[in-house]
Design a protein around this ligand. Structure first.
Ligand code: HEM
Length: 419
């Protein structure tokens, strides 16, 4: 059953409030009962929260795109992310969101991407070679690899700078977890040492990135200071999501070994003569991202009573959960939802609202192009060097904000070809 990526720890019924809390804090993708994968728009009630697991295509499209103005980001999203990400683009709403989105998208618009493509390619090639020398858990190594790829591509930093940036970012993120705990406990900000430390870490990151921006010709973009800080933070979230996408693609190829060679050959062709058409490696990346979406939960809440296309009325405070994890494995939306079939992305038209790893509508991930570009460059290089070997049955996907493996995973590498 090399193609089967079934996850067999689904609950049979909705847990009670305590059970929900325990499950969700351990694993945000294991808490949804089987019916969510079998019926559309299932409702669950946990204490005073009403949750609607939105999966019907017309409702997904309405909430994220056509009727997006009727919805806000969910409060839980704010509480979880604000300590680490501040009030920037990812959590902004209304006019503030619009202005930040416009400014920040200037950094990642196609012309900017063209400017950084070669740097990104070189960095991806170096990162692939470096990875095979590492003996640390693979998720850490991949995260660092993508931080360096994005750091190099955007800031063209020297080797030392890039490592410094990577260390600062790691410290920032680690400390953010502590700030989150102190916020959760309701400590006032002036009492929280972590919050003070976080501010000083944020300033030092700003300085590093400001001086790195000076080095590159991104001054013409003229962002405000807030937009610069925000871009740094976006990059921090972006490198994590992209590195877990790489991780899950490698895990899929490690289990479904018969797909390795077609991916390696496609990667070789891509490195020698890139072209616009999707190839087998793109199919495998898409399929791994379908089965293991790096951001497994998107949440919205209605501003006021709103009639959904399905005929149901969603109420304010209701949590509307649009989970790429569930949508991508839903029995009414996919044939053989748990099977790894890269060809389905090359033969069919796998698009939103069925396939939503990058979200949809106005808040569609602005880093999609950069992320997929870096991901393919990195994997195309890596697969020329080695074949990943791992025991999938020992790996349990663990959802938090990001979908990670639940343990310190190591992948073994079997050298191939000229390596
Ligand atoms: C494989 C890699 C990635 C995946 C799967 C991914 C996924 C997503 C998803 C699903 C959303 C929508 C969230 C929502 O609607 O609430 C999102 C938003 C976002 N992503 Fe990504 N992302 C990736 C890479 C990146 C990269 C490389 C960057 C930055 C360079 C980035 C920056 C952002 C930002 C700033 C937002 C918020 C946009 C907004 O609210 O207007 N992402 N991402």
């Amino acid at each position: 059953m090399e193609h089967n990526f079934d996850i067999d720890d689904r609950l049979q019924v909705w847990p009670n409030a305590l059970g929900f809390y325990i499950h969700v804090s351990k694993n945000s993708v294991a808490v949804w009962p089987s019916e969510c994968y079998e019926k559309h728009d299932v409702i669950g009630k946990i204490l005073y929260y009403r949750m609607r697991m939105i999966t019907s295509p017309e409702n997904v499209e309405f909430i994220l795109k056509k009727g997006a103005k009727h919805f806000l980001l969910d409060d839980l999203q704010h509480r979880l992310l604000e300590p680490a990400l501040g009030q920037g683009l990812i959590l902004a709403e209304g006019d503030k969101w619009f202005s930040l989105r416009r400014q920040s998208s200037r950094f990642i618009r196609p012309t900017c991407l063209d400017q950084v493509a070669d740097l990104c390619k070189n960095a991806a090639q170096n990162a692939a070679h470096q990875l095979l020398k590492e003996n640390r858990p693979i998720d850490l190594v991949l995260a660092e690899a993508f931080l360096k790829i994005f750091g190099k591509a955007f800031f063209d930093a020297t080797k030392e700078d890039t490592i410094g940036v990577s260390e600062s970012v790691e410290q920032y993120i680690e400390n953010a977890q502590r700030v989150a705990v102190s916020t959760f406990l309701g400590l006032p900000k002036f009492l929280s040492l972590s919050a003070k430390k976080q501010l000083s870490l944020a300033h030092s990151l700003d300085e590093r990135f400001d001086s790195a921006l000076e080095l590159r010709d991104l001054k013409s973009v003229q962002p405000t200071k807030a937009a610069r800080r925000d871009f740094v933070i976006n990059l921090m979230t972006g490198y994590k999501t992209t590195s877990v996408a790489a991780f899950w693609t490698l895990i899929c190829l490690a289990k479904a070994q018969s797909h390795f060679e077609p991916c390696r050959i496609a990667g070789e062709k891509h490195l020698n003569a890139p072209d616009e058409n999707k190839d087998y490696l793109d199919g495998a990346i898409d399929e791994a991202t379908r089965l293991f979406p790096p951001l497994p939960l998107i949440m919205r809440t209605p501003k006021s009573d709103i009639l959904l296309p399905s005929g149901d009325i969603a109420k304010p405070k209701e949590k509307l959960i649009i989970s790429p994890w569930i949508v991508h494995r839903h029995k009414l939306l996919w044939d053989d939802p748990d099977r790894f079939i890269p060809l389905r992305h090359l033969e069919g038209d796998m698009r939103a609202p069925f396939f939503i790893p990058f979200g949809m509508g106005a808040r569609l991930c602005p880093g999609q192009k950069l992320g997929t570009f870096a991901l393919k460059e990195f994997l195309a290089n890596l697969l020329q060097l080695a074949r990943p070997i791992a025991d999938f049955d020992k790996i349990k996907p663990k959802g938090g904000f990001i979908l990670r493996p639940d343990d310190n995973m190591k992948i073994k590498w079997q050298k191939v070809g000229k390596a």
